[in-house]
Structures are given as C-alpha cells and as structure tokens.
Ligand binder design. Structure first.
Ligand SMILES: *Cc1c(COP(=O)(O)O)cnc(C)c1O
Length: 373
C-alpha cells in the first residue's frame, strides 16, 4: 500500500525551522523586528503599498471592514462558496451579509449577480478568488466605482496570483491574505492586509492591539476599541523564509496542475461527467485543484473510496448560506442554486509543492476507480 497522501502539506524547510529556533532563543517572541521586516518585504512585494500583518486572515478582513466604517445597517455582498470566515466577518461587525450566486465555470462570485444585488444599503463587496483564480478585476472595480462601494478582497488563497500581469494585492482597495497552514505561503497562522494609505495603516495598527497609540517613552492613548490580533515574530520568521520561495512554489504548483490535466486526458470530462477546474495558467496560483463530481455520485462515498486508496481529499466549501447560523437569518435552499449544487459536489484533490508527478498519476487513477459504479 502506498503511503498516505494528504490533500495539502505545508512547505517548511530546515532554514525555516532554524529561523524559528533563533527567534525562540532571542528573548523576543511576540511582535518585534521580524514582523517589521516581514511587513517591509510584503510591502515591496505588493508594489510599495502599505501592508500590516495580523494573526489570521479572518481578523484581517474584519479589521478592513472596521477601517471602512462598515457596521449595523450596512449590507456587504459576498459569495456563498468560500470558507465561512468570509461571511462571518460581516456578521462580526454587525453588518448584513448578502450573497450573490457563483459562476459555474470559475466557481467565483458572478459579478452580474453582484450588480443585481446592490441596494441603497450596500457598502462593500467581498470577492473571493477560489483556488487562487481571480474574478474579472476590471469589472469588479468598475462596479465598485459606479456604485461607490468599498472592496475588501478576500485574497486568502491568491498570494502569487495576478490579473493581466499585475500581482493581486498590488492594486485595488483593501486586499486581505491568509497565511494559515494550508495556504501557498504560510506562517502557521497569520494574515496581512494591503491598504491604501498610512492613515488606514495606523488605524489597522490600533485595531490589532487594543486601540493603543504610544508616544514618547511613556505616553499611551486609546481612542478606538481594538482587539488582540498581532502577528508574532515566530510566525513572521516563517513568512520571511517563505516569501523568497513563493515564485518557485507557484511554478511547481503550475507544473503539478498541468500534470493533472495531462493525466486525466482531454476526454475525461466527457467520459465521466466530472468538471475539472478552469485551465488557467496565466493568472491563478493554483492554490487548489478542485473537481466537481457528476450528479448522482455521493461525495462522501467518493471520498471514502479515495481514502481506501490512501489519498486524502478536502471539501472547499459547502455553501455558507445553508449553515444553521445563516438559515436562522432567513437564508434557505433554492436561493443560490449553482452554489448549492457545487457546494455538494466539489472535491479538492491533493496539490502541494512536495508532491511528485507520480503522486498526481496515483490520484488520477484512484479518481477513475472511485467514480466506477
Ligand atoms: C483561509 C481562508 C480564510 C481565513 O483565513 P484564516 O487565516 O484561517 O483566518 C478566509 N477566506 C478564505 C477564502 C480562505 O481560504
């Protein structure tokens, strides 16, 4: 029997382990020089825009909404196919989530449906780039401009992706990234926000640490209600190790994704009824390789069969509006049929840089087996 192949394994090298050891021995293990250096390098990476780090992608988005002044009475439009964090942060600031159905091909929010969902109460859009595939960014920002809406990009999965050659994060309004363990660049847990100016960056610093501003050697003032969301130097040391490797990580993910397409073969969709992901090798960072099973194949059964082949699969994601927390707020089956259907059938196959081409072939063979009868 082959060794167990998980759907993701973080890329941590000996240099990252040594860098963490160095922080632990330094006597300064919370936010300090590594965080500052990581923010500086991220800012360079994003074309000089201000960047602040946090301890999760979730609080990063929540803080962006707070900086934008979004709260009770405001509506925020987002996709039903995302990690539940994307919608939870809207509730967390007291605003009202409004969902727009997805495009079945990209599996991202359908911008035509976003425009149809705008009301006088709409204040912001949170698009998600599922698997790292961006939406039509020109159209997104055109909608935002025409309706005077803020954008909080949930680019949690999109570090290393681009739109027409421009890095995601190097343009736009607020752009939020996650460095959670499964992401292309990880700090174990963490996130960062790309902001528009230093006023926003200063506000972000307050929100991440109890609203505190320090001055002189003993001055302290608190004028906003902040929380506890700072990144540690332990996490930043891992990020500093990963950032220079990001290009190579993305390139390897592209190779593996191409190998999936080549191994499944051109007729795979016709033969099996499975929908492969969009074959985009220009903009996506290939954060995940996701297939949508045909109607009539029970996903849990399929995943059990994959597990019997010692292959782990993921589910990213069930439709958010069908969770009880959201049903209790009036959402129900039938409201976003494409998201509901995709949410029941989508499966994430293994994809991470340390995988071999042979691993991909093993997964493809197991998928074909698991689809039988
Ligand atoms: C990972 C992820 C988040 C949340 O990030 P955390 O760092 O886990 O808080 C939000 N949205 C999407 C789309 C994600 O993939």
């Amino acid at each position: 029997m082959n060794e167990f192949l998980p759907f993701v394994r973080p890329h941590i090298d000996e240099a990252a382990i040594a860098a963490v050891g160095e922080v632990l021995r330094s006597g300064w293990i919370t936010s300090g020089p590594r965080v500052q250096e990581f923010e500086k390098q991220l800012s360079e990476y994003f074309g000089g825009r201000p960047v602040r780090t946090f301890n999760s992608g979730t609080c990063t988005m929540e803080i962006a909404l707070r900086i934008a002044g979004i709260g009770p009475g405001d509506e925020v439009i987002t996709t039903p196919i995302s990690w539940v964090a994307t919608a939870n942060v809207i509730l967390e600031v007291g605003a009202t989530p409004v969902f727009a159905d997805i495009d079945p091909v990209t599996r991202n929010i359908d911008l035509g449906k976003v425009e149809a969902a705008i009301t006088p109460k709409t204040r912001a859009i949170i698009p998600v780039y599922l698997s790292g595939l961006p939406v039509d960014m020109d159209r997104l920002y055109d909608i935002a401009r025409r309706h005077k809406l803020r954008v909080v990009e949930d680019a949690a999965q999109a570090i290393g992706s681009n739109w027409r050659g421009k890095r995601i994060g190097s343009f736009g309004d607020f752009v939020s990234f996650s460095f959670q363990a499964n992401k292309n660049l990880t700090t174990s847990e963490g996130g960062c926000l790309v902001l528009n100016n230093l006023d926003e960056a200063r506000l972000a610093e307050k929100y991440r640490l109890q609203g505190v501003t320090r001055s002189g050697c003993d001055g302290m003032e608190v004028d906003v209600l902040g929380g506890k969301f700072n990144m540690t130097d332990i996490a930043a040391a891992i990020g500093l190790n990963q950032l220079p490797q990001l290009e190579a990580i993305t390139a390897r993910r592209h190779q593996l994704a191409r190998h999936y397409f080549a191994t499944f073969g051109a007729d795979f969709e016709k033969q099996t009824g499975v929908q492969l992901p969009m074959a985009d090798f220009r903009q996506s960072n290939w954060h995940m390789f996701q297939i949508v099973l045909p109607e009539g194949i029970v996903r849990a059964g399929f995943m059990e069969k994959m597990k019997a082949h010692n292959i782990g699969c993921g589910v990213h994601y069930p439709a958010i509006h069908l969770f009880r927390l959201y049903r209790e707020r009036g959402f129900h089956e039938g409201m976003f049929p494409i998201a509901e259907s995709v949410g029941r059938r989508i499966v994430t196959l293994p994809l991470f840089p340390a995988m071999t081409d042979t691993d991909v072939e093993r997964v493809c063979a197991a998928v074909r087996e698991a689809l039988k009868n």
